[in-house]
Write a protein that binds this ligand. Sequence first.
Ligand SMILES: [Zn+2]
Ligand SMILES: [Zn+2]
Length: 335
Amino acid sequence: MKAALLEHAGPIEDKPLQLRDVAEPTAGPSQIVIKVTACGVCRSNLHMVEGDWLPATPSSLPIIPGHEVVGTVSALGSAVRHLAVGDRVGVQPIWSTCGVCEFCLSGREQLCRTKQITGETLDGGYAEYMLAESAYAYPIPAGVSDTEAAPLFCPGITAYGSVRKAALSPGQKVAVLGVGGVGHMVIQMAGLTGADVYAVTRSAMHQAVAEELGAVKSYSPKGADGSFVPDASLDAAIVFAPSAASVAEAVRITKPGARIVLGVAEPVPGAIDIGDEKIIVGSVLGNRQQMREVLDMAAAGKLRSIHADFPLAEANEVLRMLKAGEIRARAVLVP
Ligand SMILES: [Zn+2]
Ligand SMILES: [Zn+2]
């Protein structure tokens, strides 16, 4: 099969992904092989390909990146009962978890310390076929196309986890900082809670996307050109813009007692005023039940993904466009 293989990390301008012929995977008893039809392109893929993602990530080279994967089941292990060849399924970044630790047993399997990560510890979806654990593959609802569904598997579940942690109520005001692959879904899900959404982004293109998706207003952050949100005016903030300045902006614009949800690994500014009792909470992905709820929202027409589709062979170019801020919301590779 053809796969976009990462053999050595390097600047995306040097095209570190190589289109290679590699062996097709074979399914163990509990596993499935998926014929990939769509794979979303995540900013974390860009970081891994350039060699500045989490320590020891990927866990080994070469690796096939990609963790927002949709396709059809092409082969089944002998113990798989709930799926059939030809079923449309998707896989999120959580490839598998241990199933027995305190986090797995309490509905927080995204915190499992021994989880496998699609496209980081095991091969992912920048390929014609991918291996998956059947218990971590999700049926795609009828009416949601493959390329529409792919971004639900990382931006969708990531957005859902962050909006839940923001604990929004109808009529509250929430800032969404960063309007990319994840942010464009945060805006929609925050809107579904009945909160008023204020999108904060420098990009005029992303401001337009935010308002198209129901943000009541979009702003440039303070210090950038254009208008900005007044100090201490919002009930909550959700940050997916990858900059320390965005975290500082979230602290500035939120009221005392606000929740600030961080979906990016950026420093929190020093000297937080403890008298403000702000709650700053990290958020990563979500569990399998929450993933199903995201798919249900898309099936019900409450959530849509804005995506642009590209051939697998253009993976390097698509990652370069993402780095340059040229992608409106989500790019999807089609093998
Ligand atoms: Zn991702
Ligand atoms: Zn576990």
